[in-house]
Design a protein around this ligand. Structure first.
Ligand SMILES: [Zn+2]
Ligand SMILES: [Zn+2]
Length: 280
């Protein structure tokens, strides 16, 4: 993959990190990254341990790539990616369904095109449960933290709401908890539209999306609900989830304002093949 980070001291033969110098493993709750043991105490072959190398144009010096390894590890550990997605990488995505290849291609393109210093459109992956949406989003965040070196954060929508609810009950207000979710360069919201869909939940989501919109900050998301015009229902028919008569669209779940912001900020890509294609 283009732009993959490699620690100069890491061993290509290392079975744990395969030459990256950073390994990722499941922690108690969140996936955790650490410098790989193969890096050990070896003196960096590029900078001989000084931390500086000559700049490519011969003018002065710059930081050696070995110096950014611990920052990348920290960025990953601050992302709070769930443990079950520690091994969810772009390389480990399973292409069982040919219908998903175009979306996988878009995800790869997105990660290649991501401009660390520019504005980036987001991506919303929509489709039924079990199509690998969360795997792909976790993989994108992992790549951004470890290979690109930007701050990212994974948040499950319903967990965010219950955390916020707790903080409201203690009268501490929403802003403190939302602040880190506003500041981070790329925010990945899992299961967008899930929840009880109360007015309060709508207000919280509106605040979060509006603040990221105003900051021109990137949003990634997964959702079970497709884009499209309002179906006029707020709750899906759980007894007949596939019945188009009772289908609920994302706009029904998140409201007009949030939905139209998302359309402005993000592209939408389906996962799940035929079912979703037929609806357009
Ligand atoms: Zn290693
Ligand atoms: Zn070095």
């Amino acid at each position: 993959m283009k732009r993959a980070y490699r620690h100069p001291s890491a061993s290509d033969r290392c079975p744990v990190c395969r030459g990256k110098g950073i390994e990722v493993h499941p922690g108690q709750v969140y996936a955790e990254a650490a410098l790989c043991q193969c890096v050990g105490d070896a003196v960096c072959p590029l900078c001989a341990g000084t931390g500086y190398v000559e700049a490519p144009d011969g003018r002065g010096v710059r930081h050696c790539t070995c110096q950014s390894a611990s920052r990348r590890v920290r960025l990953f550990n601050e992302a709070l990616i769930p443990s079950r997605h520690a091994t969810s990488t772009l390389g480990s995505y399973r292409h069982d369904d040919e219908e998903n290849l175009p979306t996988f291609g878009r995800v790869m393109q997105w990660t290649r095109d991501y401009a660390p210093k520019g504005e980036n459109r987001g991506l919303v992956l929509f489709g039924k449960v079990g199509r690998g949406k969360t795997h792909l989003m976790a993989a994108m965040l992992q790549h951004l933290a470890l290979d690109v070196g930007v701050s990212v954060r994974f948040v499950e929508f319903s967990h965010l709401l219950s955390d916020l609810k707790g903080s409201f009950d203690r009268k501490s207000g929403s802003s403190d908890l939302l602040e880190p979710l506003v500041r981070v360069r790329v925010l990945g919201i899992d299961e967008l539209g899930k929840g009880r869909n109360t007015e309060w939940e709508g207000t919280v989501l509106d605040e979060l999306i509006s603040r990221r919109y105003n900051a021109a900050a990137t949003v990634l998301a997964t959702t079970n609900y497709p884009p499209g015009r309002p179906a006029g229902r707020r709750t899906p028919n759980l007894a007949a989830p596939d019945d188009p008569e009772f289908r609920v669209n994302l706009v029904d779940r998140v409201g007009d304002r949030v939905y139209s912001r998302l359309r402005q900020m993000c592209d939408f890509a389906p996962l799940g093949g035929r079912d979703w294609r037929e609806m357009r």
